[in-house]
Design a protein around this ligand. Structure first.
Ligand code: ADE
Length: 250
């Protein structure tokens, strides 16, 4: 899968993504992550890429031309119009389901704005999706692009060693993951739950399912409405951890 990040800070993006799991996948050729420096496409002799906003106001606005030229060069290179994701707090909030859909694309372009924003005309011309990572404002789109690339990458076959762990995870089927334990059996007086040491797989599976249900009810009850719950799951939730109003809606 190919990720192209259009940015004024290519080092920030590549330094972050070259490490750890995404870095290993790049080395193995499973992922190709390129940073495209928008400044390389300016025609300004002082290499400016931004200017004051028409109509007045604070800050600077990124000019359309360098972005358009960077996009055109990329479009010609890959031979078709790619999906272009613009990182903005005005976008749809990124979720696991969106990551799953995007992981099926061959090429994804991330456009990272800075300063007060980007000239609207070039956005109208090239952007296919407006995406946010949450209801707060960052200084630029680089961190959101890195967050999304990390999240999408782990869904690409071969990126994780064990494909199971991409499946059994928080938000798979709208339930949070059950708690995990490893050696030692007792840590500062706290024992690992006995069932996990029992070797009884059916009991372990049931315990984990119940822990997922309990966690989701306690920490993210909003997710439960979208979860695929069995009659057994619903019965468990009613006994364990929901308040009266939530119980009625099950
Ligand atoms: N740019 C600035 N803040 C952002 C956010 N929350 N999500 C995506 N892009 C942004």
């Amino acid at each position: 899968m190919n990720f192209y990040v259009m940015t004024l800070f290519p080092d920030m993006v590549l330094n972050g993504l070259r490490t750890s799991i995404t870095g290993r996948a790049m080395e193995r050729g499973i992922l190709n992550i390129e940073a495209i420096n928008i400044r390389d496409y300016t025609l300004d002799r002082h290499l400016h890429v931004d200017d004051a906003p028409y109509g007045g106001g604070a800050g600077m606005v990124m000019q359309p031309e360098p972005i358009w030229r960077a996009y055109e060069a990329l479009r010609e290179r890959i031979g078709r119009k790619p999906r272009v994701l613009y990182m903005t707090p005005q976008g749809q909030v990124f979720r696991q389901e969106i990551a799953r859909q995007l992981s099926g694309e061959e090429d994804l372009v991330f456009l990272c704005g800075h300063y007060e924003g980007v000239d609207e005309r070039v956005l109208e011309m090239i952007v296919t999706d407006y995406l946010s990572i949450g209801d707060y404002v960052l200084t630029g789109g680089e961190l959101p692009a890195m967050v999304m690339i990390d999240c999408i990458s782990r869904l690409v076959p071969g990126v994780l060693n064990n494909q199971d762990s991409a499946e059994i995870e928080s938000f798979h089927d709208n339930l949070l993951e059950y708690p995990q334990y490893t050696r030692p059996e007792t840590f500062m007086g706290r024992r690992v739950p006995e069932v996990l040491l029992s070797g009884h797989h059916a009991n372990i599976d049931m315990w984990r399912r119940q822990q997922s249900l309990r966690r989701t009810a306690e920490r993210r009850p909003d997710l439960l409405t979208g979860a695929n719950l069995t009659a057994e799951d619903r019965a468990f939730l009613k006994t364990c951890c929901l308040d009266q109003t939530e119980k009625k809606s099950l």
